[in-house]
Design a protein around this ligand. Structure first.
Ligand code: F6P
Length: 377
């Protein structure tokens, strides 16, 4: 999408009067940059009114929303989280309720959502989310909502876009943690294991591991051979470095094994099992087999909170503004995406729940292996 004075006039005449935005799924750094960019460009460049829907699709089910203004969004660029709130259990087609006795009922609120949406009289609904939220966006697009998707996730696992905002900030947090684990690990002659997020993909582990000088990186896309990990630790010890730093993605699994999940409250509330525990598992496996102390750190939600890096603020701002331009052109049912240097539109339909995995023999994995990092194979 290019820009010119004439085009501006044309878009303006087509007229966006009132747009809405919601953020759904797990939060990440950079969401507020998107909210600010959508608000500012819709108001400043199109004279539109902007409605913030609260807590993802729940805000449409229960009619919770508020007006967003340039003044009201002026300080949110460096803020983590989302000023609109979010949830990863607000599916209007299968809403999970618990009664006062703790019994679960699943309710279809899609009709109520449609009625509330109609009452808002929005020319466009910007749906900011990961695969689950974007799929919901597509379902409502099929029911007539003028939806434009904006991809976010720390996991970087969405097809159609080279990067998602939130990812670089998460990688930096994990890289900083690895820098710290290096020095304490070296001082104590320990093996330090760092468990990072990423769901079924290893993007965070791989980029953090390369940038944080990890000696071993374990990702879900390459099932690990414990023998190879032990060999690496032994080789380092024999070579005069009796310490090692291992970064493991939460979804990593041993050859022939399964990803490890924990019975957290979310299993009941969200209906999905929570990944987690592989770091401790590996730490136990190693301490049974080597003559070095092993410690495990789980980074968890620290990867999702706090100040976004400049990269994520810029990407969020670019996606937000281009989403508004796409709305002005009536390009609904699409998602704005980063492709090489440009923001492009891809059909929401093409995402269809497809996960973007780390290519096991791709250049990034090879880069790690070429500098001697063990990928557990
Ligand atoms: O998808 C983002 C993510 O942070 C994953 O990396 C992680 O597995 C999951 O969300 C954690 O979800 P929750 O916020 O429900 O604990």
């Amino acid at each position: 999408m290019t820009w010119s004075g004439n085009r501006y006039q044309q878009l303006f005449l087509m007229g966006l009067k009132r747009v809405g935005i919601l953020t759904g799924g797990g939060d990440c750094s950079g969401l507020n940059a998107v909210i600010r960019a959508v608000t500012r460009s819709a108001i400043i460049s199109h004279g539109a009114e902007v409605i913030g829907i609260e807590e993802g699709f729940e805000g449409l089910i229960f009619d919770r929303n508020r007006k967003l203004t340039v003044a009201g969004t002026k300080d949110i660029l460096p803020l983590g989280g989302t000023i609109l709130g979010t949830t990863n259990k607000g599916d209007p087609f299968a809403y999970r309720h618990f009664d006062k006795d703790g019994r679960l009922t699943i309710q279809d609120y899609s009709q109520k959502t449609i009625e509330n949406f109609k009452r808002l009289e929005l020319d466009c609904l910007f749906v900011v989310g990961g695969d689950g939220t974007l799929q919901l966006g597509y379902k409502f697009f099929e029911k007539g909502f003028p939806v434009i998707g904006i991809p976010k996730t720390i996991d970087n696992d969405l097809v159609g876009t080279d990067y998602t905002f939130g990812f670089q900030t998460a990688v930096q947090i994990a890289c900083d943690a690895l820098d710290r684990l290096q020095t304490t690990g070296e001082s104590h002659h320990r093996v330090m294991v760092l468990e990072v997020m990423g769901r079924g993909t290893g993007w965070i582990a791989l980029e953090a591991g390369i940038s944080g000088g990890a000696h071993v990186i374990l990702i879900p896309e390459i099932s690990y051979d414990l023998g190879k990990v032990l060999e690496k630790i032994h080789l380092r010890k024999e070579g005069g470095s009796p310490f090692s730093v291992i970064v493991v993605a939460e979804g990593a699994k041993e050859i022939g094994g399964e990803a490890i999940t924990s019975e957290a409250a979310s299993t009941r509330l969200q209906g999905v099992a929570q990944l987690g525990g592989v770091g401790d598992h590996i730490a136990r496996q190693l301490s049974d087999r080597i003559n070095l102390e092993v410690r495990c750190t789980v980074l968890g939600h620290t990867q999702r909170g706090g100040t976004p890096l400049a990269f994520d603020r810029i990407l969020g701002t670019r996606l937000g503004t281009q989403a508004v331009e796409a709305a002005a052109e009536g390009k609904f049912g699409t998602m704005v995406a980063l492709k090489s240097q440009d923001i492009v539109l891809v059909p929401l339909e093409s995402l269809a729940g497809i996960v973007r995995y780390v290519p096991a023999d791709g250049q990034l994995v090879r880069t790690a292996e070429l500098i001697g990092i063990c990928l557990g194979r």
